[in-house]
Design a protein. Structure first.
Lengths: 339, 805
């Protein structure tokens, strides 16, 4: 019996050793351990063994089975690993072949900048509001302290529908509309399309965009205006940017200012980009004129505030170093793809 | 506005600043410097020399060898200039010096260095200069020769700095003056700002009384018939006029202002215009009929010949200066040829007036003639400035010995402007600025600006030249300007917190923009105005309501004359641009308003409706576009059934490839293939697909309320049906049957095959759908599905649909 078992073991191990495929191992398993396998046959012949010898023989058969199974498992793992290695080896690809792109479209550069600006102000608690692009003369001029006969109302600058209705020349009328709602305090920005009677060229367009901003509360000061716009500039252009406020004049703010930022190219040293100045003019701003507050039903003795207006295209052109404004309205996909 | 820095320093004697320091400080106090030009920045080692001896060059016919006295030393200079002679005083640049440029080529960046050298073998130690080499021009120095060395007058001192002798040792500054600061369109105004900026004393010229014992009223009478357009008119007379060149100092200041000196009288009026910002006009009194001036409105279809010899058409809106018989000048714009000053003038009438700024602006535009004078008047001058300028001019006439000033002034003055008074409110100024500036400091700033403080009434007295100061906010700005905008603290607003954010409309627009982008569409932008020809290009019917557009009364041209009622022209133009430039596979979208008039002619604001317009060519078809539309609606949570009505009625779309997009009982927009004729009109050879969605309709139906539905636990059962369908029956009609008859267990269906051709009877098509049934509560039994299928099949058969076995 013992010899028989040793013989089975020896033969099985030789076959396992020689197996080159997983199927060959299965054949061994069936031939030895299967229902009609050699070892099973040995077990079946146990009835011929003397009862007192049976435990010892049984033990021997089990040991043989375990030994073979262990070898089978080992061999199987080895072959599986070899197979996997082979597959991975043959599946190598040239990763430098062209990608299959999903052809996602591109945001208009104006909109990319606008969304950035909106995010900055929304983060500071500003509401984003809109107003009509075709606007009453009253809101575009009169309510902003731009009286009849003011040069800004000249037909050279303003498109008129009739004497009372214009294409708004600025987003400032939205200030007035928001103040008239009568809900205070106000923190708003109003982006939108504006129109001026300028012929199209590299730096002019009869239609462009502004972003108006306004804050009205009990104790808003010029120093708040400075702080807010400095924060805005740093968030938009980077922490290392410096700002400078210069006195200026707008009919609807007093005191008024223009804000310059240090040139983002030369960081203020002076270069061709900033015409050697080191500074680039970015926006106009000021404290809302008491007359404007009063006309919109707000008591300037109680409330005051600041307002500012940014030319969206101006920022877009500067930020992306676009040298011709016409590109923004031509919609050539070779241009749009760059943003 | 431009000033010479030297002139400013003469008016503010304590001012010591380099051009850079000056311009920086002025910009920060509100007189923004656009640029400045230091006239002598490229001029070095240039002196007045006198040619002592001229000899022929031994080896060159066109050159001469000059011995030039440069003040003690004599240097030898070889020149080819034709106009030199012994005894001539000339500008000489010495060895190692620099000139601004070349005689013919003009200015050179950084100048040109002059070194000792040999010209055809003869040593030359320097160069004699033309006016161009000194960086100026014959325009400003009309006495300079066209081709040759600049020649000084007899009075030039040999050895002295030639640059200073020509007045080129100066810096010219160009300012951007804001429209409210009329006073700063004058040298005196700028000098006053400079004095205040640097805290130095301002020393304007002292105007003394002038005139002989005669009375000007015996010479001229003035009547203003249109006082609404002429708040002040002053006149004085100068007799025994002696026309001559003006003195060197006046010429130099005028040149620095960019004005060419002409003669003493012309120069005086120009000088006073620069100094006071007050235009003046001079008439030959002998040409003034009836010895009277009448200021009246023009007459309809009146014609007038201006100084420049041009005939101008005038009407009632233009203010005219007339004598007893005829017009002699267009008020504030230009004088007439008929009263022009000639060299033989003996008696002159000076006019300094104040005209209505708006009227002058409009008149100048109407006659198409904008002059230096009208440019000043249109800003709205201080009437009090007129008399001061007049007296200053007469003082200069006497100083220059240019004539005899007749005593007295004709001053027709309807509007006496008084100083304004504003309360002194330091707390308010600090409250606006967010500062804590002491009262005395504020008053000190005011004093520098000639804003006096009346202690008794606690008021600030505003001089008439500061018409812009009207309220406490204006005074706060004056404080801020001189305290320094840069010294005002930097804070963030405190107070009640506000929640910011986008409106729902803007939020939805942003989502839609993003979906369009992810579907491959790039955002374009086009103008809101377009040509009325667009309607024909888009094949609209003559009575199509879209032809009713808001019209711009003063457009840039017909191409920009109406506000768009359809969002297509910009898109199609952009696609055409791309197609012409051979850009393959273009997908664009635009998010922009159309403008629909509520009535015509317009009496109230038109309705502005935001439209999403999608356009594409090359790659993709109608169903690609339809897919984009559905992605957008799906992202907006619009989960109900979307309907497509092929009768969209759009002339500009292919009649068999267009659809209205229907949802929840509303028309959301339309899509389709561009009509070949319309494509032709835009010069596009590709098939173009368009979709337009009305954003207000989308916004009204967007639904972001989402609830978790549970994931099906029971298996689905699928049934495929293959049908032969009459061609006229649409897939939509078949799907309607599924929707209506499918019952509660029909979960979804999908078209998986469509075929027309050989194996199918003419007039029919084959459609195959896969229907999925599922219950949330149980495993479906065969009977459940069979019941639903037989309902569906029955309804389909009624439509003439046959089942393929």
């Amino acid at each position: 019996m013992k010899e028989k078992l040793q013989e089975i073991t020896k033969k099985a191990l030789e076959q396992i050793e020689a197996a080159e495929e997983i199927n060959a191992l299965n054949d061994v398993r069936v031939a030895v351990l299967g229902k009609k396998g050699e070892l099973t046959a040995v077990l079946k012949s146990m009835k011929d063994v003397k009862p007192e010898d049976r435990p010892a023989v049984g033990q021997m058969v089990n040991d043989t089975r375990n030994a073979i199974e262990e070898k089978l498992a080992e061999a199987l793992e080895k072959l599986q690993q070899a197979e996997l290695d082979h597959r991975l080896r043959t599946e190598e690809i040239d990763v430098t072949l062209p990608a299959h792109r999903q052809a996602v479209g591109h945001a208009h550069p104006n909109i990319s900048v606008l969304e950035e600006v909106e995010d900055i102000f929304v983060g500071m608690g500003y509401e984003v509001v809109e107003g009509p692009e075709v606007e009453y003369d009253y809101y575009n001029f009169e309510a902003l302290n731009i009286p009849e006969n003011h040069p800004a109302k000249d037909e050279q600058d303003t498109f008129y529908i009739n004497k009372d209705i214009v294409l708004r020349t600025q987003t400032s009328p939205v200030q007035v509309r928001v103040m008239e709602r009568g809900r205070l305090p106000i923190r708003m920005i109003a982006p939108g399309r504006v129109f001026r009677s300028d012929e199209v060229d590299a730096t002019h367009s009869p239609s462009f965009h502004q972003i108006e901003g306004m804050v009205i509360d009990k104790d808003i000061t010029f120093s708040d205006l400075k702080g807010t716009l400095q924060e805005f500039a740093k968030q938009l252009f980077g922490e290392d940017i410096q700002v400078k406020f210069r006195p200026h004049h707008f009919p609807f703010t007093e005191p008024s200012a223009e804000m310059d930022v240090t040139c983002f190219k030369c960081k203020g040293k002076g270069c061709r980009f900033c015409k050697g100045e080191g500074w680039i003019e970015i926006l106009g701003c000021g404290m809302v004129h008491p007359k404007v507050l009063r006309m919109s039903g707000i008591d300037p003795e109680q409330y005051q505030g600041f307002a500012f207006g940014v030319g969206l295209e101006r920022i877009t052109l500067l930020k992306y170093e676009i040298d011709d404004m016409r590109l923004l309205y031509e919609n050539d996909t070779r241009f749009l793809k760059q943003f | 506005m431009r000033t010479s820095l030297k002139w400013i320093k003469d008016l503010v004697p304590g001012l010591e600043a380099t051009p850079r320091e000056y311009t920086d400080a002025m910009t920060l106090s509100g007189s923004k410097v656009e640029f400045y030009e230091t006239k002598d920045k490229d001029l070095d080692k240039i002196v007045v020399g006198e040619i002592k001896k001229i000899e022929r060059h031994p080896d060159a016919d066109k050159l001469v060898v000059c011995q030039v006295d440069i003040g003690g030393d004599v240097v030898q200079i070889v020149t080819g200039a034709p106009n030199v002679f012994e005894g001539a005083k000339v500008p000489v640049v010495l060895d190692g010096g620099r000139v601004a440029g070349d005689h013919n080529k003009g200015r050179a960046e950084g100048g040109v260095k002059i070194k000792k050298g040999k010209l055809r073998g003869v040593e030359s130690c320097g160069m004699m200069c033309s006016i161009e080499e000194l960086g100026s021009s014959r325009d400003l120095f009309p006495d300079a020769p066209e081709d040759g060395i600049y020649l000084f007058g007899e009075d030039a001192v040999v050895g002295e700095d030639a640059v200073a002798a020509l007045g080129l040792d100066d810096t010219v500054i160009e300012y951007e003056i804001t429209s409210n600061r009329v006073d700063c369109f004058s040298v005196l105004g700028i000098a006053r700002e400079a004095a205040a900026t640097f805290g130095k004393e301002f020393c304007p010229p002292k105007v003394v009384e002038t005139g002989n014992g005669e009375d000007v009223n015996d010479y001229i009478k003035v009547r203003v018939e249109a006082p609404e357009l002429c708040p002040r008119y002053t006149a004085r007379v100068v007799k025994n006029v002696k026309i001559a060149p003006s003195p060197k100092w006046m010429q130099q200041r005028l040149r620095a202002q960019g004005i060419r000196p002409i003669n003493n009288m012309v120069d005086i009026t120009n000088y006073v215009m620069e100094e006071y910002g007050q235009p003046m006009h001079a008439y030959d009194l002998d040409t003034i009929q009836g010895r009277q001036i009448v200021v009246r409105r023009g007459q309809k279809d009146e014609e007038f010949v201006t100084l420049d010899g041009q005939t101008r058409k005038i009407d009632e809106s233009v203010l005219m200066i007339c004598d007893g018989e005829k017009a002699v000048g267009m008020a504030g714009i230009m004088g007439g040829e008929n009263s022009m000053i000639r060299d033989d003038v003996t008696t002159m009438l000076f006019e300094a007036a104040c005209f209505d700024g708006t009227n002058i602006r409009l008149s100048a535009k109407k006659v198409g003639l904008r002059t230096d004078a009208s440019g000043k008047f249109e800003k709205g001058l201080d009437p009090n400035n007129a008399i001061e300028a007049m007296n200053r001019a007469c003082q200069l006439v006497e100083e220059l010995g240019a004539g005899e000033v007749v005593g007295g002034v004709v001053d027709v003055c309807q509007e006496k402007r008084e100083s304004r008074r504003l309360p002194f409110e330091p707390k308010k100024y600090n409250r606006i600025l967010g500062t804590d500036i002491p009262d005395e400091e504020m008053l000190a700033y005011f004093a520098r600006l000639e804003l006096a403080y009346d202690e008794k009434t606690n008021e600030i007295v505003i001089p008439t030249f500061r018409q812009d100061l009207e309220s406490y906010a204006d005074l706060a700005e004056e404080v801020a300007r001189f305290y320094g905008y840069d010294r005002i603290p930097t804070t963030l607003p405190s107070g009640e917190a506000t929640t910011g954010g986008l409106s729902e409309k803007l939020r939805i627009e942003k989502i839609v923009r993003n979906v369009a982008r992810f579907c491959g569409f790039s955002q374009g932008m086009s103008y809101s105005f377009e040509s009325p020809k667009v309607f024909d290009k888009l094949l609209l019917d003559p009575d199509d309501p879209a032809r009713r557009a808001v019209v711009i009364s003063n457009p840039l041209g017909e191409d920009f004359s109406i506000m768009r009622t359809l969002p297509l022209d910009g898109m199609l133009t952009s696609l055409a641009t791309n197609a012409n430039r051979r850009n393959p596979q273009v997908r664009l979208f635009e998010m922009g308003n159309i403008y629909l008039p509520k009535q015509l002619p317009v009496t109230e604001l038109p309705e502005e409706r935001m439209q999403l317009t999608l356009g594409m060519y090359g790659g993709g078809d109608f169903f690609t576009m339809k897919g984009v539309v559905e992605e957008i609606l799906s992202e907006l949570g619009m989960r109900k059934k979307i309907g497509y009505d092929p009768k969209a009625g759009k002339n500009f779309l292919h009649p068999g490839r267009q659809a209205k997009v229907l949802y929840d009982g509303a028309v959301l927009g339309y899509l389709g293939e561009l009509h070949p004729k319309a494509a032709d009109n835009y010069g596009i050879k590709e098939r173009v697909y368009l979709a337009v969605l009305d954003m207000p309709e989308l916004t009204a139906r967007a639904d972001f309320d989402r609830k978790y539905q549970g994931i099906a636990r029971f298996p689905a059962a699928t049934r495929d049906i293959s049908m032969v369908v009459p061609k006229a029956v649409t897939a939509g009609q078949i799907e309607d049957v599924f929707d209506k008859k499918g019952g509660a267990y029909l979960e979804s269906y999908r078209l998986f095959d469509i075929y027309e051709g050989n194996q199918i009877t003419l007039g029919y098509k084959s459609l195959a759908y896969s229907l999925v049934f599922r219950s949330a509560e149980k495993n479906l039994a065969d009977e459940d599905i069979t019941a639903a299928m037989s309902r569906i099949l029955k309804a389909l058969e009624a439509m003439g649909v046959q089942l393929r076995k």
